[in-house]
Design a protein around this ligand. Structure first.
Ligand SMILES: [Mg+2]
Length: 211
């Protein structure tokens, strides 16, 4: 019997090329208060963390009163949605991969540090919503990635064990969350690495691995 039963995808940088959108939207919101983060810091320090956590880190570095966080967060979400509406579009190799995995009987989930509205909008606009069994957003957990709670929640809801799941992740915070959940982890560099061949190859490797 097959060991692997599900593939749990991160969203940003894995199914959606949204790194720049989050960067631009956050800087647009922060710019109103005279704060700007560099591309280097965005990629090396902030990438993959929820906006709430990024703002806490920024308040320690800059004069950015914590009372402003909810407002900046709201603005950032609105600016992100503006960019999503303009730039988010379907990618053939993702649609093909998810539809074929589903046809082969694998369960599919998206586990993202983004808020639910952002995840649902991006999944609809990229035409991937119909292939998903489950979405876990940062509103479904108390601790975002790098904590493994998000992946553990997905496994619980799918009634699966860690050894039956492959996590696909693109950055250190997400990879740490996947590893800590006990699942197999397929690290990718970008949305272009996420294709049927790469995932099927990983499934094959896990099927013959011990444990
Ligand atoms: Mg990511």
């Amino acid at each position: 019997m097959k060991k692997i039963k599900a593939v749990l995808f991160d969203m940003d940088g894995v199914l959606i090329d949204a790194k720049d959108w989050h960067y631009e939207a956050l800087n647009r919101a922060l710019g109103l208060f005279g704060v700007r983060i560099s591309r280097y810091d965005h990629l090396h320090t902030f990438d993959g963390l929820p906006t709430r956590v990024k703002l806490e880190m920024l308040s320690e570095q800059y004069f950015l009163p914590k009372e402003l966080h909810p407002f900046i967060n709201q603005l950032k979400q609105r600016y992100t949605m503006d960019l999503v509406n303009i730039r988010c579009h379907p990618m053939f190799h993702h649609e093909y991969a998810l539809s074929r995995l589903r046809q082969e009987g694998y369960r599919i989930a998206v586990c993202s540090n983004s808020v639910r509205e952002t995840v649902e909008t991006m999944m609809k606009k990229s035409e991937l919503m119909g292939y998903l069994d489950l979405i876990v957003s940062n509103e479904d957990v108390t601790k975002a990635k790098p904590d493994p709670e998000m992946y553990r929640t997905a496994m619980e809801r799918l009634s699966l064990e860690p050894g039956e799941c492959i996590v696909v992740e693109d950055n250190p915070n997400g990879i740490a969350a996947g590893r800590a959940s006990g699942a197999y982890v397929l690290p990718v560099q970008s949305v272009y690495d996420v294709n049927y061949e790469a995932i099927a190859g990983m499934i094959q490797k896990c099927e013959v691995a011990d444990g």
